[in-house]
Design a protein around this ligand. Structure first.
Ligand code: MN
Ligand code: MN
Length: 461
């Protein structure tokens, strides 16, 4: 390459051309931890619980708004078991702002309806209502497991977890056999599997000795009562999620890829967690947000629109007599969410130059959104410049990440909700193949570089 070309042209870096053996080993070690987390964090509640368990191992304690906090303290607050906020208090005043990373821990799935159990032609089923942007045809004929909670009239909460252990039964949504699927095959993809056919098979044996109808439903209800002490009415105050029962696995002959469910956005959630776990006595206070409900618009008390975040920040600021708004305006936020990785099998929906590629590091997006950047946050050039500097100083391999061709579609993240609070915010995350599918693919070294991105951002001034 000529010297002029070298000096003037932007050249993207492949992780394998940058990382030496020592760093590749660190990446492997990080990915082992990430895969173990992903295997446990099948729902937002399970992700929050596992994050708290690991946080406590790293010296975090539950935040008490009436107790003093001092620089170096590590605290967390969990809201309704689904939104998790962690902070490591810095040596500088909160008036100087905080370094904030915000990921989400909810993922697309099939929720059970509130009256799910029924019997049809002597097979028992659960009705479902899908959550988030799923391609419905991907959710039939795969193993499913069930996780959630039923709250009884007494107020007692009963955890429901079945299908995840190898000895457990799994659950299943049927599809037509090809021999009888000719008419279905003529339907557009979005219509071939109607939502009301996403019914989960849960049993087929009738209750012995019963003569009347619904003998199979009764047998299933009896098993549920024996195992969980619940009756049919208790489903009304339950939230139970059916998620893919696939194990998290390495993928490819070279084991360079990770296959797993819910990598959007637990891959970024874990990167933030590992980075903040390893942060001790930073100059600027570091805050990690793991939000719920991103996949349905960041709604409700546990979503990013909620005041729960402001309440936590307000409590921290109170300790130092700082106004939260004054803290926000000097803060910076990385909205840590996955981007689409360029898929060589489907190049037609991507714009190669501006797409994230597997193994080119963490993806940075100045903006997201749909059409003319609708619903986007659109980070400033100044903030993009600041990130470039941080990454250059710390050897973080990164790339630009636009979701796809402008007219093909689009999507959003929590970035806009942080921007609304007057916090300069930019999107960054791991590129993913087949985002929102029951089994998603990431590249190990991209996962590692996402963690390196968060870690160097937390340490920045
Ligand atoms: Mn996401
Ligand atoms: Mn998503």
């Amino acid at each position: 390459m000529s010297e002029t070309r070298d000096r003037l042209f932007y050249k993207q870096k492949h992780v394998c051309d940058v990382m030496d053996e020592g760093e590749a080993a660190l990446s492997e070690e990080y990915c082992r931890k990430y895969m173990a987390f992903l295997q446990k964090a099948k729902t937002e509640r399970l992700a929050a619980a596992e994050a708290i368990r690991l946080a406590r191992e790293h010296g975090f304690r539950e935040f008490d708004r009436n107790a003093p906090v001092k620089p170096g303290d590590k605290v967390y607050r969990c809201v309704q078991g689904k939104l998790l906020l962690l902070a490591v208090i810095g040596t500088e005043s909160l008036e100087r702002g905080v370094n904030l990373c915000a990921a989400h821990i909810d993922s697309p799935r099939l929720d059970l309806k509130q009256l799910p159990l029924y019997e049809d032609h002597e097979v028992a089923y659960f009705k479902t209502h899908y959550y988030g942007g799923i391609r419905k045809y991907q959710w039939v004929t795969i193993p499913l497991e069930l996780h959630g909670v039923a709250v009884l009239e007494s107020g007692e909460a009963v955890d429901i977890n079945i299908g995840g252990d190898p000895g457990d039964p799994i659950f299943y949504v049927s599809d037509l056999l090809p021999h009888l699927g000719y008419k279905q095959a003529e339907q557009p993809l979005a219509k071939a599997i109607p939502a009301e056919k996403l019914n989960i098979m849960v049993g087929s044996h009738p209750l012995k000795g019963e003569e009347d109808g619904e003998r199979v439903k009764l047998a299933v209800m009896k098993l549920l009562h024996e195992k969980y002490s619940i009756t049919e009415e208790d489903f009304l105050s339950a939230e139970i999620e059916a998620v893919p029962a696939f194990p998290v696995r390495e993928s490819g002959f070279d084991r360079s890829l990770i296959a797993g469910y819910g990598q959007d956005d637990r891959v970024c959630a874990f990167a933030e967690l590992q980075a903040i776990y390893e942060t001790d006595r930073p100059a600027r206070t570091c805050v990690c947000i793991l939000a719920d409900k991103e996949e349905i618009g960041s709604v409700g008390a546990t979503g990013m629109v909620s005041r729960a975040f402001d309440c936590f920040m307000g409590d921290l600021c109170d300790k130092q007599g700082v106004k939260p708004d004054h803290c926000y305006e000097s803060s910076f936020c990385i909205s840590a969410d996955v981007s689409a990785a360029f898929d060589p099998t489907w190049p037609e929906v991507f714009e190669w130059r501006n797409s994230a590629k597997l193994n080119y590091g963490v993806g940075i997006s100045k903006f997201t959104g749909r059409g003319g950047k609708s619903g986007s946050n659109d980070a400033s050039a100044e903030l993009m410049g600041k990130l470039r500097r941080i990454f250059a100083e710390n050897g973080v391999v990164w790339q630009y990440a636009e979701l796809g061709k402008v007219d093909e579609g689009g999507g959003g993240t929590v970035a806009g909700y942080l921007g609304d609070r007057n916090i300069p915010t930019v999107d960054a995350g791991t590129p993913v193949i087949s985002m929102h599918a029951p089994y998603e693919i990431t590249a190990k070294h991209d996962c590692y570089m996402t963690y390196r991105c968060m870690k160097s951002f937390y340490a920045s001034k």
